[in-house]
Design a protein around this ligand. Structure first.
Ligand code: GLU
Length: 477
C-alpha cells in the first residue's frame, strides 16, 4: 500500500531525473524537453468473445524519439494505466542510453488479466491490439519495436510479428518489428534469460570492484552471499537460478504473491519454480523451506542483497525504514519510490538502479533486432572458421610435443572448450556481459570521481541524460 504523501511512479522517475539533471550543465529548457513524454496513444477496441463484445483499453507511449526506432515492452496487467506506461517509457529512454542500445524510449500496456482468458481468446485480443498499433506505425521495424514485459512473453511476440507480416506482406524486415520472439519465429538464443542474466553480470561486475562492495559494507565475491528475491517470474527466476547455480550465492528467501518461503541454507530455485507451476503459482507447501503468509515482511529480513524483481513501488515510505539489506539491486522497473530511495540512501544502503540492473532484456532485444535486419544468425559465418584455427594450434602443439619428446598432453576438457567455436548463445552472452561491464564502468567512474554524485542512480541518470542531450545537440535542438 502506498503511504500518505508518497509520490507516484511517474513522479518518482521525474524526481530521480531532476536530481541528476541539476548536476549537468544543460542548455536552458533542455532538461524539461528530455524529461517529458512526447506522446501517448490510447486505444479502446472491442473483441467479440464468449457471445458478447468486450472492450479493452491499451496504450503505447513514446517518451523520446532522439533515436529511432523507439523501444520498450508491452505489459498485460489489470493495473496498467497511462501514468505507469509513461513512467516505464521514460525509463526505457534512459536505459537504452545508458547501455548504448540505439533506441529512443517507448512502452505499451493493455489493461487485462491474461489469466482470465483462454489461449485462443488471448491471441484474438493481442492481434487486435497489435492491429491498432501497426496501422499507426506504433509497431514498425524502423519506428517502434515492442518486446515482452510483465504478463507477455514469446507467444504474444510471435502473434504480434505474424500480425505485422500479414499487414505488410512485402516488408523484408517484418520480423524486426518486435523482439522477444521465440527462436523459430525469428527470435534469438538467450533472450528469455537475458534480463536475469544481466542481473548476474551486473552483480559480478559490482563485486569485481572491492571499493564498490565496500560502500555497501560488503567484501569478497558473490560466493555465500545471502540473497532475497521478490518475484519468481521470468526475471527473478533466471537471476536467482544463475546466482545460486553459477556464483555460489544463497537464495535465502523468495517472496511471491501468496507469501514467502525461506531457508537459510539456500533454496533450490528450479525445484521451487516447478512447485509453483504445479500449484497455481503458490509457494506455500514447498518442501525444505519455512513459509510465511506475510510475504512483504520478508523484504525486511536480514540478507546481503535484496532483489525486487516484480512490480513498481514495493519499497516505499512505509517499509523503507525497516529494510536491512545493505545492497539492493532493482531487477524490476521502479521498485523503490523516490522517498524510499532517499531513506535508504540516508542509511548507507547501496542501490544498483533499475535503468542499469534490468537492461539485459533490451540489450539482447537489440541483438535480436540486428539479427532480424541482417537476416543471418550470429556465428553462422565465423564459428567453424574459429574452430579450424584453434585446431591448427592444438595440432601444432601436439606435433611439437611429440617431435621434441616433451610428453605434453592437453587435457580433454581444455581441448573440448578450446576447440568449440562460439554459437549464437555464447555470442549473445558475451555481448551482454560486455554491455553490463561497460555501463557499470561508466556509472562508477562518475560515482567515484565526481564530488556530489552520491549514488549509482544519480550517476546512471547523469550518463544517460548526457548522452540523450548530446544526440539532441547533433540534431540541432
Ligand atoms: N520490457 C523490458 C524492459 O523493461 C524489455 C524491453 C525491450 O526488450 O525492448 O526493459
Amino acid at each position: 500500500m502506498r503511504a500518505e504523501g508518497e509520490t507516484g511512479f511517474r513522479d518518482s522517475v521525474d524526481l530521480m531525473f531532476a536530481r541528476a539533471a541539476a548536476r549537468l550543465d544543460l542548455a536552458p529548457g533542455l532538461a524539461a524537453k528530455i524529461r517529458v513524454c512526447n506522446a501517448t496513444y490510447t486505444v479502446r477496441f472491442g473483441v467479440r468473445l464468449r457471445g458478447e463484445i468486450h472492450t479493452f483499453t491499451g496504450y503505447r507511449s513514446v517518451h523520446s524519439e532522439h533515436m529511432e526506432p523507439v523501444k520498450g515492452g508491452i505489459r498485460f496487467a489489470l493495473s496498467v494505466n497511462q501514468d505507469e506506461v509513461e513512467a516505464l517509457a521514460a525509463l526505457m529512454t534512459y536505459k537504452c542510453a545508458l547501455v548504448e542500445t540505439p533506441f529512443g524510449g517507448s512502452k505499451g500496456g493493455l489493461c487485462i488479466d491474461p489469466r482470465a482468458w483462454e489461449e485462443h481468446e488471448l491471441e484474438q485480443i493481442t492481434r487486435r491490439f497489435a492491429y491498432e498499433l501497426i496501422k499507426r506505425d506504433l509497431i514498425h521495424p524502423a519506428q517502434n519495436v515492442p518486446a515482452p514485459d510483465m504478463g507477455t512473453g514469446e507467444r504474444e511476440m510471435a502473434w504480434i510479428a505474424d500480425q505485422y507480416a500479414r499487414m505488410n506482406t512485402t516488408d523484408i524486415n517484418a520480423r524486426a518489428c518486435v523482439t522477444g520472439k521465440p527462436p523459430h519465429a525469428g527470435g534469438i538464443q538467450g533472450r528469455v534469460e537475458a534480463t536475469g542474466r544481466g542481473v548476474q553480470f551486473a552483480l559480478r561486475e559490482f563485486f569485481r570492484h572491492p571499493e564498490d562492495a565496500a560502500r555497501a559494507g560488503l567484501s569478497g565475491g558473490l560466493e555465500g552471499k545471502r540473497v532475497i528475491v521478490q518475484g519468481l517470474g521470468n526475471v527473478g527466476f533466471h537471476a536467482a537460478k544463475f546466482l545460486s547455480e553459477e556464483d555460489g550465492a544463497r537464495i535465502v528467501a523468495v517472496i511471491e504473491r501468496d507469501g514467502a518461503v525461506a531457508n537459510p541454507a539456500g533454496l533450490d530455485i528450479v525445484a521451487l519454480r516447478a512447485w509453483m507451476d504445479a500449484h497455481g503459482g503458490r509457494v506455500e507447501g514447498f518442501a525444505g523451506a519455512s513459509f510465511t503468509a506475510e510475504g512483504e515482511r520478508m523484504l525486511e529480513a536480514e540478507c546481503d542483497i535484496l532483489i525486487p524483481a516484480a512490480q513498481e513501488g514495493v519499497i516505499h515510505r512505509g517499509n523503507a525504514g525497516a529494510i536491512r539489506a545493505p545492497l539492493i539491486l532493482e531487477a524490476a522497473n521502479g521498485p523503490l519510490t523516490f522517498a524510499a530511495d532517499e531513506m535508504l540512501r540516508a542509511k548507507g544502503c547501496v542501490i544498483i538502479p533499475d535503468l542499469y540492473a534490468n537492461a539485459g532484456g533490451v540489450t539482447v532485444s537489440y541483438f535480436e533486432w540486428v539479427k532480424n535486419l541482417s537476416h543471418i544468425r550470429f556465428g553462422r559465418m565465423q564459428r567453424r572458421a574459429e574452430e579450424a584455427r584453434s585446431q591448427i594450434l592444438v595440432a601444432e602443439l601436439e606435433r611439437l610435443s611429440a617431435d621434441k619428446g616433451l610428453g605434453w598432453t592437453l587435457s580433454a576438457d581444455f581441448k573440448e572448450r578450446f576447440l568449440t567455436g562460439s554459437d549464437e548463445l555464447a555470442l549473445v552472452r558475451s555481448g551482454l556481459d560486455d554491455t553490463m561491464r561497460g555501463a557499470h564502468q561508466a556509472m562508477r567512474a562518475l560515482w567515484h570521481a565526481a564530488a556530489g554524485v552520491e549514488d549509482l542512480r544519480m550517476a546512471a541518470y547523469m550518463v544517460a541524460i548526457g548522452r540523450v542531450a548530446q544526440s539532441y545537440r547533433s540534431k540541432g535542438l
